[in-house]
Design a protein around this ligand. Structure first.
Ligand code: MSP
Length: 522
């Protein structure tokens, strides 16, 4: 049987500070997508890693009296360890000083140079070290970089240029004829506007003289220069899956989904497709561009010093809760506001009240009224059929939304099943029916229906809230089934085995008090 493939990437993160909410968001989305596609039986590869080169690292090293190598290793290790600790899986954690990557960058530079696509020229412009690139007028607000709020430096030097503009007609045409290549649409329009604007974009400077920067990959055709960090960094997406001849490379590349924040649209929408075109490769299937997490109307970032740490959030609220908020509250492509108060409101409403209550009511009543085992139902009537129909609807919607990168909607669709099941319980009122020995069949039917709905909710939730899903499955006695589950089969109604032992447990998500109670010891 031929299996479908799925390749998803995060940006490779700069190694000048610890991971924050922005990096965590992209990595969580990638993890959730990879888990979903795996659940559908697809051959899945998730690539993440760190961008080791560039001036930022040198700056930090100089400030801290260290070396770029030591700084890059330190922060790179922090990223890898953080993702491990938070249960975010990856198939490879790439570093741009890995030997296979260095070799590939040099091979590609040689090929592109030999093909006459690289030229040596004098260049003068406004350089932002934060962005690691020369800025154009569009990047400046009141003479400062709009992302970093710092004035750029005027720089002039002789450098190598990739003749990117040669590929612009092809690229504009490609974007026009592949309307969902860059999504959501607003970023497609932005990319087209960049291409149309004569002034802004010229050819791409791809070198730095070693006299100024020697932390990078040496140009194979001029040992006085190192490769500019973006040209080096973008190639990671090919190294990660073994371009050109590793098994599965072609299949994976054909399905590639890049996840990137809107600040790095230009390198991904303009530089990268032209680089790929120069070496004869198709662009990735989709460039999925997300917005910013903002706190007090400002992007959360290292340079602004208003970071939210994923491990601090984990210690305070549990990582599944934080992860849920990130996935549920951001509409992919738009900015989203982060405050702990908003997050607590969301956790209490959806996880503690809605889902948590359904789990505890179902399992407590199964213990009390059915001896702690999934009971035998009677033939379904309309209310039972309605719950089963809500599940079928959710399975279709979740698939459509996840593939369209509308994860918040996919979660909404899953929670509609939880809502429908809660409403069903209110209708059937098994706690009242249980007082009447004649109505045992109705009680058992209600509990069977809730257990089965929860089993399917656990399957559907597993890519987004893996630990919660596993815990629900454990309490339902179907942990092993969840581990082997495949969509869509696993979401077919009626698979939970009558007689399976169930287990009550502590509340899945205890209600969080807001504002937090005063610390008595303070
Ligand atoms: N090293 C480059 C990427 C190279 S990819 C070939 C880089 N690194 S970064 O560490 O600065 O940023 C990585 C990602 O984090 C970007 O997609 C960026 O958009 C994202 N975020 C940084 N701050 C963010 C928020 N406040 N909110 C959401 N994501 C943001 O750029």
């Amino acid at each position: 049987m031929s299996r479908r493939y799925f390749y998803v990437t995060t940006p490779i993160y700069y190694v000048n500070a610890d991971p924050h909410i922005g990096h965590t968001y992209t990595t969580v989305v990638a993890d959730a997508l990879a888990r979903y596609h795996r659940l559908c039986g697809e051959h899945t590869f998730l690539l993440t890693g760190t961008d080791m080169h560039g001036e930022k690292v040198v700056e930090v090293a100089t400030r801290q009296g260290s070396t770029p190598g030591a700084i890059a290793d330190h922060y790179s290790g922090r990223f890898e360890a953080t993702w491990d600790e938070l249960g975010l899986g990856f198939d490879r954690f790439i570093r741009t000083n890995d030997p296979d990557h260095v070799k590939l960058v040099k091979d590609i530079l040689t090929r592109v140079h030999e093909a006459g696509e690289i030229e040596f020229r004098e260049y003068e412009g406004d350089y932002c070290v934060g962005c690691e690139r020369f800025l154009t007028d569009r990047d400046l607000v009141d003479g400062k970089c709009r992302d970093h709020e710092t004035p750029p430096e005027r720089r002039s030097e002789a450098n190598y240029f990739f003749l990117m503009t040669r590929h612009f007609d092809w690229l504009a045409d490609y974007i026009e004829t592949h309307p969902d290549f860059i999504r959501p649409e607003r970023y497609r329009n932005e990319a087209l506007a960049m291409l149309r604007e004569e002034s802004g974009l010229g050819d791409l400077c791809i070198s730095r003289p070693k006299t100024r920067l020697d932390w990078g990959i040496e140009l194979p055709f001029d040992t006085d220069y190192v490769c500019y960090v973006w040209f080096d960094a973008l190639i990671n997406y090919l190294t990660g899956i073994g371009y050109p001849d590793a098994p599965g490379f072609r299949e994976l590349w054909g399905t590639c989904e890049h996840l990137v924040g809107k600040d790095i649209l230009k390198p991904h929408a303009i530089f990268w497709p032209t680089m790929l075109h120069a070496i004869g490769l198709e662009p990735p299937r989709h460039l999925n561009v997300h917005g910013y997490w903002v706190v007090d109307d400002r992007k959360v970032s290292k340079s602004l010093g208003n970071m939210i740490s994923p491990t601090v959030m984990r210690d305070r609220y549990g990582f599944e809760s934080f992860r849920y908020f990130l996935l549920r509250d951001m509409s992919y492509g738009l900015d989203s506001n982060f405050t702990e108060e908003l997050m607590v409101g969301r956790i209490n409403a959806d996880l503690a009240n809605n889902l948590g209550n359904l789990v505890s009511r179902t399992l407590n009543m199964t213990a009390r009224f059915a001896g702690g085992a999934v009971p035998e139902p009677l033939a379904p009537e309309e209310p039972e059929t309605k719950v089963a129909e809500a599940v079928v609807r959710a399975v279709t919607l979740v698939d459509e939304y996840v593939r369209g990168l509308q994860i918040h909607r996919a979660l909404e669709a899953i929670f509609q099943v939880v809502d429908a099941t809660n409403r069903y319980l209110e209708l059937r009122e098994p706690w009242k029916a249980a007082k009447d020995p004649e109505r045992t069949g109705s009680v058992h039917t209600a509990l069977y229906t809730c257990c089965e709905a929860l089993r399917i909710v656990a399957v559907l939730l597993s890519p987004f809230l893996p630990e919660t899903a596993a815990e629900i499955a454990r309490r339902l006695g179907v942990e092993a089934e969840l581990a082997d589950a495949r969509l869509p089969e696993a979401a077919r109604w009626g698979q939970i085995q009558v007689g399976t032992s169930t287990h009550k447990g502590a509340p899945l998500f205890p209600r969080i008090e807001w504002p937090p109670p005063e610390d008595a010891s303070a």
